[in-house]
Design a protein around this ligand. Sequence first.
Ligand code: ADP
Ligand code: MG
Length: 716
Amino acid sequence: METKTMTQAMDMHATDYCDRYGCNTFSGDTMLRFLEPEVYESLQETMKKGKPLDPAIANSVAHAMMEWAIENGCTHYTHWFQPLTGATAEKHDGFLEPKGTGAIAEFKGDMLIRGEPDASSFPSGGIRDTWEARGYTAWDATSPAFILPNEEGGTLCIPTAFISWTGEALDKKTPLLRSIDAINEQAMRLLKFFGTDEGVTRVETTLGSEQEYFLVDEAFVAERQDLLLCGRTLIGAMPPKGHQLDDHYFGKIPERVLAFMDDAERQLYELGIPVKTRHNEVAPGQYEIAPTFENANVATDHQMLLMQVLKSTAAAHGFACLMHEKPFAGVNGSGKHNNWSVATDTGVNLLNPGSEPQTHWQFLTFLCAVIRAVDLHADLLRASIASAANDHRLGANEAPPAIISIYLGQMLSDILEQIESDEPRSAKDGGTLDLGAVTMPLVSRHSGDRNRTSPFAFTGNKFEFRAVGSTSSVAWPNTILNTIIAESLDYIATALETELAGSSSGEQKETAVRALLKDIVKTHKRVVFDGDNYSAEWHAEAERRGLPNLRTAADALPAFGSDCASDLFDRYNVLTARELHAREEVLLEQYCTIVGIETRTLLSMLSTQVLPAALRYQYELAAQVKASQDVSVNCQRTAARLNDLSSLTEAMQESIETLQAADAMEHESALSHSAYVRDSIIPAMTIAREVSDQLELMIPDDIWPLPSYTEMLFVR
Ligand code: ADP
Ligand code: MG
């Protein structure tokens, strides 16, 4: 692999980065340059203030986008959307249009606003049949169009929502946008109540998601069917060294990895994705990248792009980027911490406690809305991050358990107690830390510690939903989060508006808010837990508190099937009952399909690689024993080894047969299939793996047919 010289790296770095930031997006200065001023203003109203799009400007915008795209070497455009597969989708059309004897470049308003991809080959959860193919993509003007460059030039990508001919959402963006509207509507009511709505036209949800991933040399991946087909190892014995020494976390980033990171970040900057932080993660070969937060819709599109750029750039550097939640059993897995808050379009973060949180009633109201929502709908929140892959990670002593609880920290927990007991005191502040060396400055300290074990932690001025899996689109968890919180905001606003109909004094308002929050704290404080979420005591305690513990995706996903869930999503116009049930169906099917693919991949590896290797060694050992006995040489221990090996090969054959039989079973519904996967297939895969891993530790290196954990995790 070619590495950059220091001067080249410096050339690319310093000034260029600022100049090239967003150069591949149709926004900011580019828009100003290509759009007439009135059109620009009108589009800004939609992008910045969420005003409905004026269809009259579509032709001008389309033409301007095309001119810009062609100037940048594009020949094609695509509506870029996020079907329920969890990936992104694109169908390219050329700008070229034959005219007379020649051709012209053309991109009209209607082509920008609406596309018509075939909807029949995407998962629809029963909303559409194969013969009902019509679907539309609709331009989301609030997320900037962008150019995805390629060797020949590039493709103009237009972020779109994807709906069926019947108008039902077939994607992840549509419900997310609807849920953002729901939050806006309910939060604005509260701002009006508190009289803080002046100049505010909209409340946005903000989102910053930290992405963890592994880099493995692509040569090893090419030799492993499991990594190629499933993105994770289905077998593989633990290496003698893992992360016991904690020497990788925040360690020096290896040169080759740094070159990859620089390359990826340059492309991300050009796409206007504000990546900020990079570092080694806990496991060997594991890294993290995190952007600065943005509004949740744009942040979600950017997150999808970020994953795409990491993968393609890794390939260019001879790496495979493994995004899977648990690529290596026994080694830390990867998550995607979802940092979430709500803010006004004037820039006020509504979850900022300020300097006197104990009397900051508006902040406390939003805080209590979150607490109430998470307690009432912990099952939906758990279901929002449920997948076959995330099951391997949750609760594995590295990621939060499947029990959803909230970490508030010392200061806020203390304030909640004050609210409950009607005894306002001052807020506990962090004070300063004296490092004890005279040359060192005094360091100010946060009011609360961090809690890495909590699935849903307050981190100063935002909540960090830490249970989200590293492969998943953040659209769905945020759709759920926004909807359940919109409902709590609605509940609170309605209660306050009813109690204080007409004008009321500040004092009356405070009394009403206090009483309501006290009630909410009393009822919902059971979901607050500041201790160690990994501990066995917490599992017992959570059970006493009546908190749900939905251990697997098969247990969690049916939460979307309840009447309570469909009422909730319907009430806030996020999803109709049909749209919601379609998602439950798709997610259950994906769970079964993924495990099905894993089962068959495992069977293939065991039958064609592991078992033959074991038999080869067994034959070698048997010959050895026989030869020794023939010449009366003591071979007691070799014979014992042969016996052990033959027990394992027998166990391996048995495992293969069990898996084959389990895989061949027919199932009536996705629900019953998922239960079978959970109860029979996954345990059988675990047993097969245990046998295989024992064989790996026994079989000579020159016979073992697969790259080892040591090679994959430590060669960089
Ligand atoms: P860590 O959790 O690893 O300590 P940071 O605290 O630096 O990381 O930030 C994590 C993420 O939280 C970043 O992506 C950051 O932009 C995001 N973030 C910060 N403030 C907000 C906010 N108000 N809303 C949403 N995300 C935010
Ligand atoms: Mg974090």
